[in-house]
Design a protein. Structure first.
Length: 216
């Protein structure tokens, strides 16, 4: 039975969050196609993981027998996140753009999971695991747009998830999500609606294909 690790990081509820809504479409389709599978869910907005500390960092490169109590406690929490990550057959990550980059809670999760010599490096432990990232944003940062140079979500996650962790990355990008609330963006509402519809369709298609692939 395949395991899906689902990470949400939006500070908003599903009714007001594009990343949560699209991720829910993906997860619901996954569960319909793979009812015997397992879903591990982490809501980083509701239950944030600790930011990396000196104890959590140094413990990773020290003999466990020599750990201080602080190192032992910090690394135990980090190890739980790493093992959870390694058990997953597929990952689903909601990564809304906040101030041009990912939420700090998602960065904290990544800092805990990235461990050189284990999950990252020459032979990353989860190499090849498929990961679908819902990279929502209020405007558009696509190539050719005025704010193309401010796109630090996809660029950063591609470097971390692919180059460091060796994952098989796929993005779904619902954009212009602020158009319906911002009068200055009123003329962009049709483009927003089209992007939203396409994102949900892509989520359903990708989830079905991935569930079928892992069940084969």
């Amino acid at each position: 039975m395949a395991t899906l690790l689902h990470i949400d990081s939006s500070v908003f509820p599903a009714s007001a969050s594009a990343s949560r809504a699209v991720a829910e479409t993906f997860r619901r389709t996954w569960e319909e196609q793979h009812p015997e599978g397992t879903v591990i869910y982490r809501d980083l907005a509701v239950n944030p993981v600790p930011h990396i500390t000196a104890d959590a960092h140094t413990a990773a490169f020290a003999d466990p027998a020599a750990h201080t109590p602080g190192q032992a406690a910090a690394f135990a929490g980090r190890l739980q996140l790493i093992e959870e990550f390694e058990r997953a057959d597929a990952l689903l990550i909601g990564a809304p753009m906040y101030n041009f980059t990912i939420p700090s809670t998602l960065k904290a999760w990544l800092d805990n999971v990235i461990l050189m010599g284990r999950t990252a490096g020459e032979n990353p432990s989860a190499k090849g695991t498929p990961v679908t990232v819902i990279a929502s944003r209020g405007g558009s940062y696509a190539p050719g747009t005025p704010r193309e140079g401010y796109e630090y979500v996809q660029n950063y996650l591609r470097a971390v998830l692919v180059d460091f962790l060796g994952l098989d990355l796929d993005f779904i990008v619902p954009e212009l999500t602020m158009a319906a609330q911002n009068p200055a963006m009123a003329e962009l509402v049709p483009l927003f609606e089209s992007s939203r519809e396409r994102a949900h369709e892509d989520a359903a298609v990708k989830a079905k294909a991935l569930a079928e692939q892992l069940a084969a």
